[in-house]
Design a protein around this ligand. Sequence first.
Ligand SMILES: Nc1ncnc2c1ncn2[C@@H]1O[C@H](COP(=O)(O)OP(=O)(O)OP(=O)(O)O)[C@@H](O)[C@H]1O
Length: 256
Amino acid sequence: MTGMIHDASSMNALLEVTSVSVSFDGFRAINNLSFQIGGHELRAIIGPNGAGKTTFMDIVTGKTRPDSGRVRFGEQSLDLLKLRESDIARAGIGRKFQRPTVFEAQSVFDNLLMALKKDRSPFAVLRHRTGAEDRTRIEEIAAEVGLAEQLHRRSGELSHGQKQWLEIGMLLAQDPKLLLVDEPAAGMTLGEREHTTDLLKAAARTRAVIVVEHDMEFVRRLDCQVTVLHEGSVLAEGSLDHVTANPDVIDVYLGR
Ligand SMILES: Nc1ncnc2c1ncn2[C@@H]1O[C@H](COP(=O)(O)OP(=O)(O)OP(=O)(O)O)[C@@H](O)[C@H]1O
């Protein structure tokens, strides 16, 4: 039965990581890791410090090359290990780092416009007159991330949470098929966290979203499948209740 479930999911997988390992100075940060995610899925990745969460994202985005294993992406089953970081981004994988990197001197609108036009040269963006289509798309994205009322504010004036949403909006402007988000709840107020969960859930209706997060309450609110990493491998997978009831998970992660 397990085999059948595995085959069925692998047919629909957007990202398929198979038996990947990487060592740094003889230390195995990722150890025979396999992982899959479907096209319209929200997934949380949790695990203690040093479990390999960041290294996993580095491998998927092409920042780190594994020593062995396979990483396939998309309908054409692209071999990501053959692509450069920039080509992987262009193939549809967006990554949000913990610290927001918006252009603070520019308005929210201009930040979104720049993200929308990212594939064009900077000169083309400068010469380009914002058409009605761009304007509509920017307004849609702003509404989606909860910044519809802030479009003409300078980004530097936004709260920490709003800057994070703007950056998620900038990634959405690129229309990625897979979005990787690193600890989005860090430093946010309760209200901001709630809005962030809604936003990520909505984004995952039309794409795959992987959220790496330490905050269990936040993960609970995401209400999605959870993958627990430990020592560079998948220790458990399933609903949050399922994985937190797993004795191995309790031992290595929650029991500390
Ligand atoms: N470039 C590197 N050189 C040497 N060791 C590394 C390197 N990158 C990661 N490591 C080691 O690999 C292990 C996994 O690290 P990683 O940052 O992926 O874990 P993590 O789960 O993201 O941890 P955290 O929750 O603390 O961010 C750690 O022991 C780390 O020290």
